[in-house]
Design a protein around this ligand. Structure first.
Ligand SMILES: NC(=O)c1ccc[n+]([C@@H]2O[C@H](COP(=O)([O-])OP(=O)(O)OC[C@H]3O[C@@H](n4cnc5c(N)ncnc54)[C@H](OP(=O)(O)O)[C@@H]3O)[C@@H](O)[C@H]2O)c1
Length: 326
């Protein structure tokens, strides 16, 4: 089969479409016929040399895939079942979804709700899964309908889905972006307001800023997360899921002990089966009301993956880049 392969030899990186043989890692792997994949920021990190996340010198890229079961050792997973494949070491250590077939461990498979097609599943992808997991995490912390929720990195995959889902679930998302030209696009996704990256908090001379947000989904980390923490309302929470501005967090203890703020970590990679089922169920309930077409940056074939990775690296995509394998 033809697949998009990332290969590093003596520090030299090559990324191209070439012939490879699909191979299982374990005897009980499930073979999935991939219909769609999607490009994530993590794929950019995999297609880098050196790479902080890639754990093999050569592999088929793609941390996301959706398709139908072609062959399964499990009787409860019959051929033709529509599934999403993501998480664990997919596209990081074992061959990923930028290919017409992928072998996946049962742990990486989620049976799709009947309301979600394989195409829609990859418009959602790991980004949308993470966005919904973040929304549910805030609800677990007591987020109330109508609440004003800040979303940072709002034009990205996770951010744009978070804005969309929050709006459809009855909250008032405030989108933070470094891309003012995207304002009307974000308002169309359901944002009640769009703010710049430097407008997340006020009173820079004080330890804490004004109490501005009833909750937040932070896709950026670093200084941005610090500013979010110092501007959350009493008793509210931030779901932290991204590291676009770096992995270091320099902040103070005061939001936690004087405003009872909660910092919730969100992880899509090692999410438990129960979490995966809960998140996909919530996505399935919302799907009939989601304008999926508006969340696509573009649809490409395997030949377009290398260019798309560069655009995601440069931050010039808006929404999801969908890879069609058929
Ligand atoms: N926790 C998990 O399991 C999980 C799962 C998926 C993704 N992630 C992480 O979540 C983050 C977002 O992923 P994604 O797929 O949405 O990426 P993406 O599509 O590339 O979007 C990231 C967005 O962040 C903003 N941004 C980029 N560079 C920035 C910078 N230096 N400072 C501030 N903002 C910046 C941009 O939005 P604006 O211009 O609108 O600000 C950009 O569109 C990544 O760090 C990714 O690794 C984590």
């Amino acid at each position: 089969m033809r697949a998009f392969v990332v290969s590093e030899t003596n520090g030299h990186l090559s990324c191209d479409v070439r012939e490879v043989e699909p191979l299982p890692v374990d005897d009980d792997d499930v073979l999935v016929k991939v219909e769609y994949s999607g490009v994530n920021f993590k794929d950019v990190m995999v297609a880098s040399a050196p790479s902080r996340v890639r754990r093999r010198a050569t592999l088929v890229g793609g941390v996301d895939a959706a398709g139908v079961v072609a062959r399964s050792p499990d009787s409860d997973l019959s051929p033709g079942t529509a599934v999403a494949v993501h998480g664990g070491n997919l596209g990081v250590e074992r061959d990923g979804g930028f290919a017409p077939f992928v072998f996946a461990s049962r742990r990486q498979l989620s049976v799709l709700p009947p309301t979600v097609s394989t195409r829609e599943a990859m418009i959602i992808g790991t980004a949308g899964f993470t966005a919904m997991a973040s929304v549910l995490a805030l609800e677990d912390e007591g987020l109330q309908p109508g609440a004003q929720v800040l979303v940072t990195g709002a034009t990205g995959g996770v951010g744009s889905h978070a804005v969309t889902y929050l709006a459809l679930r009855g909250y008032a998302p405030v989108a933070s972006t470094g891309w003012p030209e995207a304002t009307s696009w974000l308002l169309d996704r359901g944002a009640v307001r769009v703010v710049g990256r430097s407008e997340l908090s006020d009173r820079p001379d004080r330890t804490l800023g004004s109490e501005l947000w009833n909750g937040a989904i932070d896709c950026v980390g670093g200084e941005t997360l610090h500013q979010v923490l110092r501007s959350l309302r009493y008793g509210s929470a931030v779901a932290a899921c991204g590291v676009m501005a770096g992995g270091d967090l320099s902040t103070t203890i005061y939001p936690f002990i004087t405003r009872a703020v909660t910092l919730v970590g969100v992880d899509a990679v090692e999410a438990s089966d129960a979490t995966r089922q809960r998140v996909w169920r919530a996505l399935g309930e919302l799907a009939p009301r989601v304008d999926f077409a508006s969340l696509i940056d573009r649809v490409i074939t395997l030949e377009g993956v290398a260019g798309a990775l560069e655009d995601v690296r440069a931050g010039t995509t808006r929404g999801r880049v969908l890879v069609q394998l058929d």
